[in-house]
Write a protein that binds this ligand. Sequence first.
Ligand code: AMP
Ligand code: FES
Ligand code: ZN
Length: 306
Amino acid sequence: MKCRICTEKAVIETRRHNTAFCKECFLTHVERQVQKTIESEKMLSKEDRVLVAVSGGKDSLTLWEVLHRLGYQTTGFHIVLGIGDYSPAAREKVEAYAEKQGFPLIVTDLNEEYDFTVPELALNTPRVPCSACGLSKRYLMNRTALGGGFSVLATGHNLDDVASTLFGNLFHWHTEQLARMEPSRQATHPKLVKTCKPLIRLTERETLAYTLLRGIDYHEEECPNAEGATSLLYKDLLNQLEHASPGVKQSFYFGFLKKGRSAFAADVNGADLRECEVCGQATTTEVCAFCRMMDQAHRTASRRNS
Ligand code: AMP
Ligand code: FES
Ligand code: ZN
């Protein structure tokens, strides 16, 4: 098989584009796809200071590498979640990558700053680990971006991630979440930062290939809390559909953005945002969900210990 661009030996075939690439042409293709997404969705400009959320996995390290190569001003941000052996290994990969590249990196340890790891939050509140983790990540990403004067937060969600989220939201008719599935979200309050997902045109297989071909050492392990998650089942089902009909994942997600999302606009909760009475971050309630979770965890833990 030959590269359809330069006729060198191909290293990867992408059936949905009906094409194959050699190493150099594939790397260029990935970077162009990201640039195209950034431009079409008006995600970033070269003047933006971009905070890149990096977990240490293939997607977020690909994102950081590509944004840097495309000439954007980036700083990495990693959250240490305190999940068994998984979190220290993830941190090590992020720090090693940042050091090797000479890229600036901010690391926040949830336990050091707030006295609780993700498993401890699950133990001391009604939330399951993934829910406590998701809330903490969203909160810390926004807080760090605002505090550091960053204009945009970029995350490494790929096409498989957003298509499986869409699948789940449709199955359960989560109409408000469906309305909020935009790939780039403007800040609607002074205490909210703009967010974007520049990898949504790339599949998981493609970000993996990019990471391997660039020789990026990434954290391969899946979070132990993800085992049995429905999102993994949805990804598997979508991959089966993609195998039978290449391109279906992309047309599902991008078709929804173009033709479906606006139908749910009226379902967005228009409640006014205000500042949390405890921490000052944007919220629709007196005290934000993160501060409420932390307060509950402290109260439960001190009851347990007394
Ligand atoms: P996930 O929610 O694990 O699917 O991850 C989605 C995106 O969130 C990743 O691509 C990263 O950009 C970001 N992210 C996940 N975990 C972390 C972490 N521990 N620290 C910083 N960013 C993260
Ligand atoms: Fe958050 Fe697994 S990464 S619970
Ligand atoms: Zn708060």
